[in-house]
Design a protein. Structure first.
Length: 261
């Protein structure tokens, strides 16, 4: 192997180390924090994150870094060929047709959930969400469904460092309130986002488990508040619970890996 190739591989490895550190961090890290966690001099870490940001692999907000839109778009393309999305395609379409509302399929990624599929409502008003977008664990139906389905030690590890940004007046931004909501979610079998993530949007979500009983993905039904049905239990929740049971049975025989938190 030539010296040029060795040098290129070493530089690439540094970029991947920083990118992995951003992905693994419980909350968006600063460049200084990345330098410490990766063991690189600060100037090196700053150059790497600047280059990653320029290519859309990370995004900077108030001096902290998270995974960027280009990386999420690439990830969503990979997910499009993954067994999980293909295996659930017919179930998701049936759920969308039964409810008449937008359906999302999401997988965990650190302190967020990433949408890997979206089936639009046939109604005239569409959701702004998109495949590859990230939503917070504490304020979304898919996020709360995932947290509630985790074993307590794994859930508490996430909650310990989870940023509880107050996105809306009803967002659960304290740990006691979030823990209470997760207990309710676990007891009834579904999560709810009651205008906690976006104004005028209500979502119901369930977790899907693999053969080991671990949550690997979540599905939600999202409706606009002004057109929500009078009987949400029959209109959204019961179809969701039927999908959960059917999908989990399929996932029990698939070699699914979440790559999540």
């Amino acid at each position: 192997m030539s010296e040029t190739k060795v040098a290129g591989a070493a530089a690439f490895a540094k970029f991947m180390t920083v990118l992995q550190a951003v992905a693994d961090a419980p909350q968006p890290p600063t460049a200084a924090a990345l330098a410490r966690s990766c063991g690189y001099p600060r100037p090196t870490a700053y150059r790497i994150v600047a280059a990653l940001a320029e290519q859309g692999m990370v995004a900077e907000t108030e001096g902290a870094y998270r995974l960027g839109p280009r990386l999420l778009a690439l990830a969503s393309r990979a997910w499009s060929q993954f067994d999980l999305r293909a295996a659930l395609s017919a179930d998701l379409q049936a759920l969308r047709d039964d409810t008449g509302e937008t359906v999302h399929l999401a997988v965990p990624a650190g302190a967020e959930m990433i949408y890997i599929d979206k089936l639009e409502s046939p109604g005239p008003v569409r959701m702004a969400s998109r495949v590859g977008a990230a939503v917070a664990l504490h304020s979304s139906a898919v996020g709360k469904a995932y947290l509630a389905a985790l074993a307590e030690p794994a859930r508490e590890r996430l909650l310990r460092d989870l940023p509880l940004a107050s996105r809306m007046p009803g967002t659960l931004s304290t740990l006691p309130a979030l823990r209470a909501a997760l207990a309710d979610t676990a007891a009834r079998g579904y999560a709810m986002d009651n205008e906690e993530n976006e104004p005028g949007i209500v979502c119901y979500g369930v977790a899907l488990r693999d053969a080991a009983g671990q949550p690997v993905a979540c599905v939600s039904v999202s409706t606009l508040l002004f057109r929500r049905r009078d009987d949400p239990q029959a209109a959204y929740i019961e179809p969701l619970l039927r999908l959960r049971d059917a999908a989990s049975a399929k996932l029990a025989v698939l070699p699914v890996s979440s790559g999540g938190a």
